[in-house]
Design a protein around this ligand. Structure first.
Ligand SMILES: NC(=O)c1ccc[n+]([C@@H]2O[C@H](COP(=O)([O-])OP(=O)(O)OC[C@H]3O[C@@H](n4cnc5c(N)ncnc54)[C@H](O)[C@@H]3O)[C@@H](O)[C@H]2O)c1
Length: 499
């Protein structure tokens, strides 16, 4: 097999299997770069929506990107995997890999997709099958075996004529800024065992790595971005990079929360402490926010999956175990704070501001709000909630959860005994805190994301508690600033550095 990179300027035919948060964005970005893309999903409702131009998920700028993508390379949505895959040079697998009850990744969607790809192949061209789903180490080999089995089962006589390579191309996008992360990523990771496969993907991503595409008007290219580093490695290392990245980020947040819990006890302020350590370039300022802990579809699942892999190899990964345990405990911190403030939760009304696991998404998978609401209901409280985007998803996915959904933040806190800020949506930054304090039964606010300045919230009449923040108002006698405003200026400094 030759090792020359294919013609970099040539658009390729691409199939993306799975039109979830990853697959839809990947397909749209590749079509925006000029490739001809077919997105396939077995969920006919999802595909029908996408064909009508309706988005099955909430992701900022996705509608505009799909419109631009149609006008460039072209993007089509279908439930028919076979015709799309057989016409393609590159076939991405972007199906879900949810956790099984024992923590291992459920690979049934991946296995079914890989077999179907095999069944769709012929000897007409070399194809690259790319694993974009987050899969345990060794799944590159598994996919290759399953594709071969698919070929053998469907057209055994052609088996020797059919050529394909398998690659791993882990995805690092963050929901809520997925398009920016995909068009302007920190890096692209490619894992494969031979050059032709790697070079095909290098060519596919050439407009991205060279940043040679016209940036969309709605998402200008970040200043000073001239190229994207590409890490080319083996299948196994690429698979490991994804797990190592996610578990490290989860541990970083867990570390901030653990230190934050200590800060509360000793009278320090975690925001100042994190700003102070984040300025150390070896540590970095991002992902050091104290709060309710992480949620979402990836961190918990990926740590559990890596723990499962560790177990398979007879290794006890203690840091990973601790990251899970610290995060689990952090979600209970809110309940303890409410009990400290209200003593009795039975019969009380608690308002949750935000339900999504983070702002700018409707994704409710492993959202801290769910565990908090469940626990409050168990303890006899009434739960009201408002989220700008995620209420339909929350209601549909958790029909048994006893939440009274409200039309606005003000509606949610009206006559509530306490409010918990769960998701730091921009909409909540601008709330009139004095009005909130006025309409509540008791003006208790637990700020689960440290969104508000404690002094401002207290001056507005709220009984305010953040996470990891000293409750003692302190005064900096040298320049007359309160400790909090010093912390804010430090945080601003850190934000500026990390942009
Ligand atoms: N969501 C994220 O932020 C994120 C980020 C990085 C990596 N990942 C990883 O990417 C993968 C996909 O995640 P997601 O959030 O997009 O999942 P998702 O659940 O939103 O979407 C998966 C889609 O795949 C479809 N599907 C499953 N089996 C199929 C098959 N055989 N043929 C056709 N369609 C099939 C499902 O119907 C669904 O629409 C996961 O492994 C995840 O861990 C996710």
């Amino acid at each position: 097999m030759g090792s020359n990179p294919p013609d970099n300027s040539k658009p390729m035919r691409v199939t993306v299997i799975g039109t979830g948060y990853v697959g839809t964005v990947t397909g749209a970005c590749l079509a925006y770069l000029g490739h001809q893309v077919h997105c396939v999903d077995m969920d006919a409702d999802k595909i029908a929506k996408l064909q009508r131009g309706e988005m099955p998920i909430y992701e900022p700028h996705l509608t505009e990107l799909l419109r631009a993508a149609s006008a460039r390379g072209g993007i089509h949505f279908t439930t028919e995997l076979s015709p799309a895959a057989s016409e393609s040079d590159v076939i991405f697998i972007a199906v879900g890999t949810p956790p099984r009850p024992n923590g291992e990744a459920n690979l049934s969607y991946l296995e079914s997709a890989a077999r179907s790809i095999g069944a769709a192949m012929d000897g007409e061209r070399f194809r690259v099958v790319v694993n974009k789903s987050t899969v345990p180490v060794g799944c590159g080999n598994l996919v290759e075996t399953l594709v071969r089995e698919g070929i053998r089962e469907t057209h055994p006589q052609e088996e020797r004529r059919i050529r394909f390579g398998v690659a791993s191309n882990p995805e690092f996008l963050r929901e809520g800024c997925a398009i920016s992360d995909s068009l302007y990523p920190d890096r692209i990771v490619l894992g494969a065992e031979e050059d032709h496969t790697l070079n095909t993907l290098r060519a596919l991503y050439a407009p991205l790595t060279a940043q040679s595409f016209d940036a969309p008007e709605f998402l200008p290219r970040p200043a000073h971005m001239t190229h994207v580093p590409l890490v080319a490695t083996t299948l196994t290392s690429a698979e490991m990079i994804k797990y190592a990245a996610n578990t490290f980020l989860a541990m970083k947040i867990g570390f901030a929360n653990e230190v934050g819990n200590l800060c509360e006890r000793v009278g320090a302020d975690a925001i100042e402490v994190m700003a102070g350590i984040g300025l150390d370039t070896r540590i970095g300022a991002k992902f050091l926010n104290t709060g309710l802990g992480w949620g979402g579809s990836c961190f918990g699942k990926d740590i559990q999956s890596l723990l499962h892999t560790a177990e398979e190899y007879g290794y006890q990964a203690r840091l990973l175990e601790a990251a899970l345990a610290v995060n689990r405990a952090q979600r209970q911190v809110v309940i303890q704070k409410l009990q400290e403030k209200l003593f009795i939760l039975k019969g009380r009304t608690i308002a949750l501001l935000g339900l999504a696991f983070k702002p700018d998404t409707d994704d409710m998978r492993d959202a801290p709000s769910l565990q908090i609401a469940e626990r409050l209901v168990q303890l006899g409280a009434r739960v009201k909630a408002y989220d700008p985007i995620a209420m339909p998803a929350c209601r549909a996915q958790n029909p048994a959860l006893k939440i009274q959904y409200c039309d606005s933040a003000l509606d949610a806190v009206f006559e509530a005994d306490a409010a918990v800020l769960v998701t730091e949506w921009d909409e909540f930054r601008g709330l009139d805190l004095a009005q909130i304090a006025c309409v509540m039964q008791q003006p208790v606010l637990v700020d689960g994301r440290n969104l508000y300045d404690p002094e401002t919230a207290r001056s507005a009449g709220l009984d305010y508690t953040g996470i990891g923040r000293s409750i003692r108002p302190r005064f900096n006698s040298r320049n007359g600033q309160t400790a909090e405003s010093t912390a804010d200026s430090l945080a601003t400094l850190v934000d500026e550095r990390s942009k």
